[in-house]
Design a protein. Sequence first.
Length: 277
Amino acid sequence: MCRNLISCLLLMCCFNQAGCSQDIEEPKEQLPDNLVFIDEFETFNDKVWTKERHEPGWVNNELQEYRPENVSVGTDQGKSVLIITAERKGNNIYSGRVNSQGKMNFRTGRIEASIKLPKTANGLWPAFWMMGDNGKNWPTCGEIDILEMGEKQGILNGTSESLVNVAIHYGEDYTSHRQEYFAKLLDHSLLDGEYHIYALEKTANRLTITIDGIEIRSFDISPVSGRQEYFKDEYYALINLAVGGNFPGIQDIDEITALPDDGKAYMYVDWIKVFDL
């Protein structure tokens, strides 16, 4: 019997801690057996990612200059995250883009990214996508667009927050480029200040894109489709936050209302995972 309340509490404390001299370890999260890659962005891993540098107008008539200094690792909602910052300074716009070419790729599997997007209207163009890691020129290398937002139709219709775009690109050369493009209007915003999971499942015969587990589009890449040769190789990942250009249909810097002078916008990536199928 405990002689007083304090003695009882001390005794209970020792039992609850499995011995007062032992520290209790938090149970570790059990990772799936088929997980082959994970980056939770505790640091920027240059063995996996490359920060790109490109001048304005490099592709798609985009207005930003891509600089390594616009890619960083920081904290958001108490989590360590990859941060891509778009910013305007006078008549200059700067942003960031990273890729895993030659470092992290896969032939078949499932890639997922937990991403929080900025408000895009008008003029921001965030993207999570993949290209063939095969040394071929575009579009022969193949391209898979898992996520694109900020398209001009959404601006015109006032649906920028819920209109998401996916696509595949391929062809023998630039003049024979083929694009299969799909826009889906969701019943909720993807620019709600929350993280959403964007995923691609790539098999030998099919590409399936999902958002938060909901299928957005599936593309046939089987031999009978005539597309398989463009999507049979390893693919690497890209993440970027473009500003202006053909996709949002804005080439005038003063029409970029999502990024006023001295303003900044942020794209956050909590983690990226790749699974075997």
